[in-house]
Design a protein around this ligand. Structure first.
Ligand code: HEC
Ligand code: HEC
Length: 304
């Protein structure tokens, strides 16, 4: 018997024996379970087919000779036959291309499924439901809802009582610190792009004489009290009123409110995040509109 056929028979026996052992031999669940029986039958067919195909090609590699007309070119003695493209291969290639075009333009766009897409759809469905359910909440209940949002999302940085945990984050019991104002005057600010696209220019410190920056910063940090007439005059001298309004009440598109928090100001910070003298506050895309309104109301209530 040919050595190759012998190898084939031995391989078949070994693989069949391994299959038999893998399903648990004679004690296995084969006897009374048609599914197992079918699986084993499939495995036997696979083993036989694999051995047959491998044998066929090994033999072909051993004694087959190529036929046909050689092309004129050769590369270091290696030539190429002028054989036709096999029809089966050509058809498969064509079908693959047609399928590819169909899938790219029709199949995927129409049936597109992705886990991210499903997640986003679920979140937006939840947000719609949430906003519909709680849309009438106002006043104290809104503040309470805001407090729970704050405890879940903001407490880690701003602290339980929103005092900023000894300077780790902004103290939200006050609109802004004196250092924060000085930082804005010296460096300008361009965090709140969505609501104030122009930002605040740097270099406004040149509008002031020695010591005046300190005074105007103290005035703003104190909430722009009318009693501080010197501060108010400096606020006007520094052109601050042009963007922030005469008493720091804020102006749409020009400058945020400085004389206290309101929902819109907090919403601006949540939309774009904020990076200034204390550190970086991340933007909060995952909150829905009602949650933003609520946490804005809560923060506004802290400084009242
Ligand atoms: C050209 C308009 C403009 C002028 C003039 C201007 N600001 Fe601003 N200011 C802005 C804008 C816009 C922002 C929001 C910046 C941002 O996108 O982060 C801002 C932010 C601030 C902030 C930071 C608020 C926060 O939440 O941290 C302070 C404080 C401030 N301004 C104070 C001043 C003072 C004081 C002056 C005068 C010396 C002044 N601004 C002049 C436009 C202006
Ligand atoms: C990862 C830490 C972190 C988290 C979480 C965080 N913040 Fe902040 N937040 C900061 C820091 C730091 C600043 C100060 C930025 C600066 O001015 O340098 C800040 C500043 C702010 C300001 C601006 C204060 C001002 O005077 O301009 C507001 C408003 C604010 N946070 C609200 C929130 C709310 C509401 C949440 C929860 C939804 C929250 N923050 C969650 C770190 C955080």
């Amino acid at each position: 018997m040919n050595k190759l056929v012998l190898t084939g028979i031995i391989t078949t026996i070994v693989m069949l024996a391994a299959t038999w052992m893998a399903v648990g031999g004679s004690k296995g669940g084969m006897n009374d379970d048609i599914v197992n029986l079918l699986a084993v039958a499939g495995a036997v067919v696979l083993v036989l087919a694999t051995v047959f195909v491998v044998l066929k090609y090994v033999r072909q590699m051993q004694d087959d000779t190529a036929t046909g007309t050689l092309a004129d070119e050769n590369w270091d003695g290696i030539g190429e036959y002028k054989n036709e493209l096999p029809m089966g291969w050509a058809i498969t290639f064509l079908l693959t291309m047609i399928w590819g075009v169909w899938y790219w333009f029709v199949g995927y766009p129409l049936n597109a499924y992705s886990q991210i897409g499903e997640y986003n759809e679920d979140v937006s469905a939840h947000n719609t439901k949430f906003e519909a359910q709680y849309k009438d909440i106002t006043g104290d209940r809104l503040v309470e809802m805001g407090e729970s949002v704050f405890l879940a999302e903001c407490k880690v940085c701003h602290g339980l009582s929103a005092d900023g945990i000894e300077g780790k984050a902004a103290d939200l019991n006050h609109r802004i610190s004196k250092e924060g104002v000085v930082h804005a005057i010296m460096n300008g600010a361009s965090n709140l792009k969505s609501d104030f696209p122009g930002g605040m220019p740097a270099g406004l410190n040149y509008m002031f004489a020695d010591g005046e920056i300190d005074k105007v910063a103290a005035y703003v940090a104190a909430g722009l009290p009318a009693s501080d007439t010197e501060g108010a005059a400096l606020f006007e001298k520094g052109t601050c009123t042009g963007c922030h309004g005469a008493s720091g009440e804020g102006m749409a598109y020009a400058g945020p409110k400085l004389n206290g928090f309101d929902i819109a100001t907090v919403a601006s910070v949540l939309k774009d995040g904020k990076k200034a003298n204390i550190g970086t506050m991340p933007a909060f895309e995952r909150l829905n509109d009602k949650q933003i309104e609520a946490v804005g109301a809560y923060i506004t209530s802290l400084s009242k």
